[in-house]
Structure formats: C-alpha cells, structure tokens
Design a protein around this ligand. Structure first.
Ligand code: GLU
Length: 481
C-alpha cells in the first residue's frame, strides 16, 4: 500500500520537552513498526526550533528512553545518517534558503505587525467568538514598503500567503478524504522575529530533504495539513502520505492529560512497568489486529502491524488493562529476566539479595502478586530481612499450640540438611496429624514465624525459598519458652 517502489522512510520528530509522552511513544512505535514491516528506515529528528521551550539534557534523556524501551532508530542526532543534521536548530541556514524561495515566488510575505496589534486583534476576535487569525494587514505591502521597513530595522516575521478562497482536499490513510475550507487556514508564521523557523516550515522542509515517504503522527496535526500541502506545492514537491493517529483519551474520554495520571513513559519505566508491557499496551492504542489478539512481542508486532487497521475513534488509555498486561508479563517471562529487572528496586531499598538462589526463588513467588516491579520488593523483602512482629503477632507466637508447632518443626527439620518441597508437603500433613492442630490454628503461627504474616505462600514454598537453615533460624527465634 502507498509504498510504491520507494524505500519507506518515516520519522519520529519530537520537540525536546524533557520526557517522552505516552502519545509520543505511540507515534514512535507506529512509525518504527511501519518501517520494519516494509524494510524501511526509521529516523529520529529533534524539533527544537522553539528555543524558549528547549530543555537542556532532553535529547540525551530521550535517546536513553527509546533505547531502554527497545525502539532503535536507523538515523538520528547521536548516530548520524545520510540526511543530517537531525537537530533542527543546526539546520537554520537550510530554512533560510527555502524561506527566500517562498518570498521570491510570492508565497510568503514579511509581516511587520507589532505584538500589541496582534494581541488586540486576537482579543477582538475572542470577543466576537471568531477563531484567532491574522487579518492580512501586511499581505499586500509593496516591495518598496517592505524594503523601507527592513531598512528602518523594523522587527518582522515571515508569513505564509495562504489562498483565501476555496477548499483544500487531501487524503489521509486513517481519516480518508479530508476537506478544509481555506478561509479557516491562517497565514501561518514561518519565520519568527528571532529568526528561527516555526515547526510548520522546518518540518515540511526536513520531511522533503530527508526523503520521508509517510508522515505518521497524532491527530492534533490534522488541521495543519493544508498549510503543509501549500508549502509542498509552493516548492514544487510531492507531499508524503499522511497518517493521523487517533487521540488518546482518559477513562472519562477527555483528552489524555497529566492531571489524570502519569503520561510520561519514564515514570512508568521507573515504577518497573516492563518495556515489553509498555510497547504491547501502547501498540493497542488505536490499532488492533483482525482477530483482536492482545498479547504481542515487539517482533510479533513488526509482523502484524498495518496502517489499514488503525482506528479513527479515540483510544482510551486504560490503566486497568495496562496493569493486567503488566502482571501477565511479569508472571510469564523468564524468571531470571524478571529478577534482573527487579534488582535495582531491592538495591534502592537497601535489601541484601546476595544469596542468588534465594533471590530467584523469592522473585518467582512474589511475581504472582504484582503488575509492576517496584511493588515486588514488598512481596519479597521478608525473605531477606529480619522479621518484625507486632504485639498481636507476638501473642499468637507465644501461645502454647504455636510453641508446640515450632518445637516439632525444629526437631523435624534438624534431621537432615536438604529438603525437597514434596517432602515438606508430607511433613506438613504428618505434623498436623501428630500435633492434632489443624487449619488456621496450624498455618497462621507457622507462616507467621517463617514469613512474618499469617497469609502468603504455602509452607513448602516458604521453606524452599528460605532454605532449611534460615527456616530453622526463624523458627528458633520464635521459641519463647
Ligand atoms: N514536533 C512535533 C511534535 O512534537 C512533530 C509533529 C509531526 O510529527 O509532524 O509533536
């Protein structure tokens, strides 16, 4: 589809905000998948022409996040490529050259209107409930007037001279045919008074020079397409294929916003949502396969993805589904991988996990209870730390039946150095019979002594994780008489 014989080239073009928005990750992922599916190239370009908003260190952070999540790009600021530089602030001379072409062909003009005049204009339009738009005052200044103003050193911007009549009609892979009245399209500022280009000019010029074949990005850019098409036409270039991804919504169907929860990918990774989970979950925000399958690895997505199956309707960022998926991956991926990914959380909590055998077994059990790895510490720390008992716990521990259970088990476990879980199972049954204590009267005290809580894994699992020596030590610590 739409790929003709040209090599597919797509780009992710974020502005450096200092974090990766989940919507940005979706854009990056869909571009990546489309490139992989068609043997094309995936380009990272940094759109930092809004100097006021540029955040130091943002590029480094972004490349770290993309790497951590596993979205490798083929060309980009840190790795280069044939179409660089890939940072827009390093391409200003290119934009200057193309702006001059637009001025020469009469498709752009100098605008000398003051900030104050523009503010008043906007205010008036707001009062009359009109969309804020430039009124065209400088559209038809004569060459002499422009030359005079420039000679006077008057500050100026350069605007697109967008046709006022008719409609602009274009095709979008997701939205089909889109028609926008030209009277609704503003004379977009292309070059700001600081000499920097706006996004619109810079991205069109770069998309062309970087030979981008498909523009896959969020729906919020759909209304800008007429301006971009006008730019392509003014330069005599062919426009790429447009693909606008549906909006991301909160559970209440409002536009996804920071106010209702996390929208930064880094914050999810920091909490220990696995990269696999984020990619799988994000892939389903606006795309689904013919059979509505839910679970995909990245390479399976590369295989299954197609632009035709992107929906028009907004996609709800459903945290319950994210957590379900998170738990599913944590329980089903290789336990050594989960253990490796979890390590930093134990280190942060200052828990000694140097006994690797115990660590792996503890993770294997604790992973049943969590959907992100930062939570796993709370379900595993009792295997490594000395148990802390409440007053109520001590009461139970001190009871005669509890003490009988502990003595029985200390003696039994002491009989040999190694115990298999099946043997512990048998011993459990046998001790229940021998002691004549059953149900919670048996399980609560012994679990409390071994695990620090009356509820939790079964006794064979607990002793298997702790090892016989540590289990003995814990039982002995509970002997009060
Ligand atoms: N810099 C724009 C953004 O951050 C890119 C939009 C586009 O992909 O054209 O959303």
């Amino acid at each position: 589809m739409h790929t003709d014989n040209k090599q597919v080239r797509v780009r992710f073009a974020p502005s450096p905000t200092g974090y990766l928005h989940v919507g940005g990750l979706r854009t990056a992922l869909f571009n990546y998948l489309f490139a992989r599916k068609h043997g094309g190239k995936f380009v990272l370009r940094i759109e930092d022409t809004d100097q006021k908003r540029s955040i130091p260190g943002a590029l480094e952070k972004l490349t770290i996040t993309l790497t951590e999540i596993g979205l490798h790009y083929d060309e980009g600021p840190d790795i280069g490529g044939d179409y660089g530089p890939y940072i827009q602030s390093q391409r200003t001379d290119i934009y200057e050259e193309y702006t001059q072409k637009l001025l020469d062909s009469g498709n752009a003009y100098h605008c000398f209107c003051s900030e104050e005049r523009l503010n008043n204009l906007r205010e008036e339009q707001r009062k009359r409930k009109r969309p804020p738009m430039y009124d065209g005052k400088c559209r038809d200044l004569s060459k002499d007037e422009v030359a005079y103003n420039l000679a006077q050193g008057m500050p100026f911007v350069i605007r697109l001279k967008y046709p006022k009549e008719g409609k602009t009609v274009f095709d979008d892979v997701v939205r089909d045919r889109v028609a926008i009245d030209n009277s609704m399209v503003d004379d977009q500022v292309l070059i700001k008074s600081d000499g920097f280009p706006t996004y619109h000019l810079a991205s069109v010029v770069d998309d062309h020079l970087m030979k981008i074949t498909h523009i896959i990005r969020g729906e919020e850019w759909l209304s800008s397409v007429p301006k971009h098409i006008f730019l392509y036409e003014s330069f005599g270039w062919e426009a790429p294929v447009f693909v606008h991804l549906p909006l991301l919504l909160n559970a209440d169907r409002s536009k996804l916003s920071k106010r209702q929860g996390d929208v930064s990918v880094e914050s999810y990774l920091d909490k220990g949502y696995l990269p696999e989970v984020m990619l799988n979950f994000i892939a389903l925000l606006g795309w689904h396969s013919a059979d509505d399958r839910e679970l995909y690895s990245l390479s399976e997505l590369e295989e299954a993805f197609s632009l035709e199956r992107i929906n028009k309707a907004g996609a709800v960022f459903d945290t319950e589904k994210l957590n379900w998926m998170g738990g599913h991956y944590i329980r089903n991926l290789d336990v050594t991988y989960i253990a490796d990914q979890s390590r930093r959380f134990f280190e942060e909590a200052g828990i000694d996990i140097s006994d690797n055998d115990r660590y792996l077994k503890a993770i294997n059990t604790a992973r049943d209870y969590v959907y992100c790895l930062s939570d796993i510490v709370e379900h595993a720390r009792m295997f490594f730390e000395e148990l802390a008992f409440s007053e109520e716990d001590r009461d139970l521990i001190g009871q005669e039946d509890s003490q009988r259970i502990f003595s029985y088990w200390i003696e039994a476990l002491g009989e040999k150095a190694q115990w298999e879980p099946e043997e512990i199972s048998l011993l459990t049954k046998q001790s229940i019979g021998d002691l004549g204590i059953k149900g919670k009267n048996f399980y609560f005290p012994i679990r409390l002594a071994l695990f620090g809580s009356c509820h939790g894994p079964d006794i064979p699992t607990l002793i298997d994780i702790l090892g016989r020596d540590e289990a003995l030590k814990r039982l002995e610590a509970c002997v009060t008489r």
